[in-house]
Design a protein around this ligand. Structure first.
Ligand code: CA
Length: 119
């Protein structure tokens, strides 16, 4: 049998040894991997949530943008008209995006809560 592997001094993986017995067991390694995955999943969800909020704020602010560009003295006459022309496409695509977000949320909720095992 080969000699037991050691971590180098000051290794970035030292915290893998949760119980501090000097051995990084397969269990501890798996735990660390699961924690990393959960963390990544969490960051991904935060990112998607932020994107959905950004899209919602865009929906709210867009009409205001049309009015503001119409009122600004130095804006071109066509600016507000161009924004208004884009509006239908913009609203439909952003609505689809936000709808997909809430649909996915509802689906995931149903998956984790529906089987009686979730919290
Ligand atoms: Ca250990």
């Amino acid at each position: 049998m080969a000699a037991q592997k050691k971590l180098e001094a000051g290794s970035q993986y030292e915290h893998f040894d949760k119980d501090g017995d000097g051995v990084v067991s397969d269990e501890e390694f798996a735990l660390e991997r699961d924690m990393m995955r959960a963390d990544n999943e969490n960051q991904k969800e935060d990112q998607i949530r932020r994107m959905a909020w950004f899209a919602l704020w865009g929906l709210l602010i867009y009409p205001v943008g049309i009015v503001v560009t119409d009122l600004l003295p130095f804006s071109f006459e066509s600016t507000s008209r161009l924004l208004a022309d884009i509006a239908p496409t913009y609203f439909v695509s952003v609505s689809a995006l936000v709808g997909a977000f809430f649909g996915a949320q509802a689906y995931q909720k149903g998956k984790t809560h529906g089987n009686g095992k979730g919290k």
